[in-house]
Design a protein around this ligand. Structure first.
Ligand code: ADE
Length: 227
């Protein structure tokens, strides 16, 4: 299997790159793609930068230039679900743009009513979490909301929850899901909570980013390392 793996920040790809063998580097525009092996699978790993446009461009490049047959987006997020805590993991059954009118995607291309994580990839990510040493962390399967802002306000958080009822918020997942869905390529988003998207969000993010990013990358390595 040929996987494309996307993280937005250096911390979100470092823990995967260190497990790759026979790594070859390819530069394309401002991006550096690393193709190599983990176990029996080939993956192309890339740091896309923050936000939806960067993520969508990069997903399309993984599909067109690197023949990705499935795309995994890994990283951190702000917790929105009532029970979801810092260092818990959320795996996407669905992703939504919280800052776009999702109804437009039904009426115009890509003519879909939503962007849904591939059930097989979701199940494999959940199984990888269960099999690893995850301390007090819990894993939730559900909806992830994406937008081009870092959320650090209880009011903004409440508004996103009222409109979409997601488990967490981040800045790339729906763009990856959107690009993959438009191309008929399966995808999954794996996010570990770095903060609660409230007034302390920025401080919590700074303290927890690296450890949370590593949790998500451990899941990716376990998923891709198998057959
Ligand atoms: N990624 C991690 N925490 C986030 C937050 N609070 N808002 C948006 N993206 C995030």
């Amino acid at each position: 299997m040929n996987y494309g793996v996307i993280g937005a920040m250096p911390s979100e790809i470092a823990g995967i790159k260190e497990h790759m063998e026979n790594v070859q580097e390819h530069k394309a525009g401002s991006l550096v793609f690393y193709t190599g092996q983990i176990g029996q699978n080939t993956l192309t790993l890339v740091q896309c930068g923050v936000g939806k446009v960067n993520a969508a461009i990069t997903a399309q490049m993984l599909i067109d230039k690197f023949n990705a047959q499935a795309v995994i987006n890994t990283g951190v997020a702000g917790a929105l679900g009532k029970d979801v805590k810092v260092l818990d993991v959320v795996i996407s059954t669905e992703v939504v743009h919280h800052d776009a009118d999702m109804r437009l995607y039904k009426k115009y291309p890509p003519f879909v009513d939503g962007f849904y994580g591939d059930p097989t990839l979701v199940a494999r990510a959940a199984a990888a979490f269960e099999a690893m040493d995850h301390g007090n962390s819990h894993c939730y399967l559900g909806k992830i909301a994406t937008g081009d802002q870092f959320i650090e306000s209880s009011a903004v958080k409440a508004d996103i929850v009222a409109r979409h009822n997601p488990l967490c918020v981040e800045m790339e997942g729906a763009a990856v899901g959107h690009a993959c869905t438009a191309n008929g390529v399966p995808f999954v988003i794996i996010r570990t909570m770095s903060d609660n998207a409230d007034e302390q969000g920025g401080m919590s993010f700074d303290a927890m980013e690296k450890v949370a990013a590593k949790y998500s990358s451990n899941i990716v390595v376990a998923m891709v390392g198998g057959k």
